[in-house]
Design a protein around this ligand. Structure first.
Ligand code: AMP
Ligand code: ZN
Length: 139
């Protein structure tokens, strides 16, 4: 599998860098965004390094999509948001900042204008607790 030493998401996928992991299979890994736009903001990445959708393998992206459905069920149980934003950026001019393919799932709430990129790091204890709750909520 093609992975890079200097890519943070490859390092997380290989277990060499820490993450608040929620779900894993042979093609994908799901973990919390450490700068959460809101509680439960999670990322689904491909384990293989694809910079963006322009070079991604369709089978891996299909798994990201099917796991996004799995994760909506867990988010519904744990957070019950009013809505859910799903975002996926490709290349810098489209807003991508980490150049390893990933999808954002961001719970949304009535009357709350939630951005996508937060400047504030999440509280480690809260992130760990949220990851445990979501992990337990996956059927
Ligand atoms: P973007 O590339 O614009 O889709 O955004 C990348 C996202 O990755 C941002 O929301 C960051 O907060 C998040 N991020 C960056 N490094 C890490 C990390 N080590 N663990 C979890 N999330 C991260
Ligand atoms: Zn990578």
């Amino acid at each position: 599998m093609h992975q890079l030493d200097d890519c943070i998401f490859c390092q997380i996928a290989q277990g060499n860098a820490p993450a608040y992991k929620i779900h894993e299979d042979e093609l994908t890994l799901t973990f919390l965004d450490i700068f959460p736009a809101t509680a439960g903001h999670l990322l689904i990445i491909t384990k293989e390094h694809f910079t963006d959708i322009f070079e991604a393998r369709p089978e891996a992206l299909a798994r990201v999509a099917s796991n996004s459905v799995l994760m909506t069920k867990a988010l519904e149980k744990v957070i019950a948001p009013d809505g859910l934003g799903i975002y996926q950026f490709n290349r810098a001019c489209a807003g991508q900042t980490v150049f390893h393919y990933h999808m954002h799932l961001i719970p949304q709430f009535e009357g709350k204008d939630i951005g996508i990129h937060s400047k504030q790091a999440g509280d480690p204890e809260q992130l760990a607790a949220m990851a445990e709750q979501l992990k337990a909520a996956i059927q």
